[in-house]
Design a binder for this molecule. Structure first.
Ligand SMILES: CC(C)=CCC/C(C)=C/CC/C(C)=C/COP(=O)(O)OP(=O)(O)O
Ligand SMILES: [Zn+2]
Length: 338
């Protein structure tokens, strides 16, 4: 049975492999049809035929569609309303309406809202307030209030900071219209999340977030205002620094010293076993954390921002999709042309 989680993992894996052979092996027409079949009348998505509707399904569907350049109005319709209905009184986002705010779903919800260009509809101030209190004394993040820290939240919560930082950086999200170019030039509203990260040098410079989606043939209606962002890493502006809204060195300490298994691989916490899931999300969390002082993602972090030897520095990732940044650009170019 096709499933959105495995679809997301497979597409990200192929993008990570990169190259024409891997990228052209994805049947985008059939994948688009699958995504349409998973779309629910509520606006949300199901994980699989007859499966659960939740924020993770919305993210995996929209992320894959965006990465493959098959995102259109039909897929986007009412997703934003569904995600909004999951933002809780605490400020974070739950898996389904009425559930508890959780880091995994908050990342998924925030990233989805950015990808569909509706992030300004969330209460970003209370979301920021919620996430800044999720770092434990151990240095790692917990997924939800009063729970234990766990290495995988280094990305789910740490990735939220990476996204908020870009939204906060005065440059905002530049809408790129699909199809006929209608609506171009409009700036989306700036977010008002905590401005603590601002105030340092370089924050008034342009970090445009822009991208474009093309159609697969004439199949999809892409005529209206479906927008997407790409984080533009092409502006080199030296070493502008912003203070992260969490303790970056403490998180790196937790990942490297508590989550790392001496024989290789990473884990939730000492006493737990290593696995691929925690290895992936601890490393992605470490990568965004090492760059949390940087306003400009294009320049390398200063040595003091990287815990331990500078050889600990990981490849940058794209924080919306969680793929190595270089490979994201390869896929972006490939699917923009084809
Ligand atoms: C794209 C993708 C794979 C998204 C998944 C997002 C994600 C990690 C969602 C969290 C799921 C969940 C119910 C965790 C609680 O488990 P728990 O009660 O064992 O953990 P906790 O005590 O830390 O809350
Ligand atoms: Zn975990």
């Amino acid at each position: 049975m096709p499933h959105l989680a495995t679809t997301y993992a497979a597409v990200n894996s192929l993008v990570t492999l990169g190259g024409d052979k891997a990228l052209s092996s994805i049947n985008r027409e059939k994948l688009y049809m699958f995504l349409r079949q998973m779309k629910d009348a509520s606006g949300g998505f199901r994980m699989h035929d007859g499966g659960e509707i939740d924020v993770r399904a919305c993210y995996t569907a929209i992320s894959v569609a965006s990465l493959l350049n098959i995102l259109d109005d039909e897929l986007v319709q009412n997703v934003g309303n569904y995600i909004l209905s999951c933002q809780t009184y605490e400020g974070g986002i739950s898996g389904e309406p009425g559930s508890e705010a959780h880091g995994g779903y908050t990342f998924c919800g925030l990233a989805t809202m950015i990808l569909i260009n509706e992030v300004d509809r969330l209460d970003l101030s209370s979301l920021t307030d919620w996430v800044v209190f999720r770092q434990g004394v151990e240095g790692g993040f917990q997924g939800r209030t009063n729970k234990l820290v766990d290495g995988c939240y280094s990305f789910w919560q740490g990735g939220i900071f990476a996204l908020l930082k870009r939204l906060n950086s005065t440059k905002g999200v530049k809408p790129i219209p699909l199809g006929d170019g209608e609506g171009s030039g409009e700036e989306s509203p700036q977010t008002t999340a905590s401005s603590d990260a601002a105030g340092e040098e370089g924050l008034n410079e342009d970090l445009s977030l822009g991208g474009s989606h093309s159609e697969i043939g004439d199949q999809h209606n892409t005529s209206s205002q479906v927008n997407v962002i790409d984080i533009d890493h092409n502006h080199s502006k030296g070493h502008a620094n912003v203070e992260p809204l969490f303790n970056s060195l403490a998180l790196q300490q937790y990942i490297l010293l508590c989550s790392q298994e001496l024989n290789g691989g990473l884990r939730d916490k000492p006493g737990k076993s290593r696995d691929h899931y925690h290895t992936c999300y601890c490393l992605s969390g470490l990568s965004v954390c090492q760059r949390s002082w940087l306003e400009d993602e294009d320049s390398p972090p200063l040595p003091r921002a990287v815990l331990g030897p500078y050889s600990n520095l990981l490849e940058p990732i794209h924080p919306l999709y969680n793929v190595v940044l270089d490979r994201y650009w390869g896929a972006h170019e490939f699917f923009t042309k084809s």
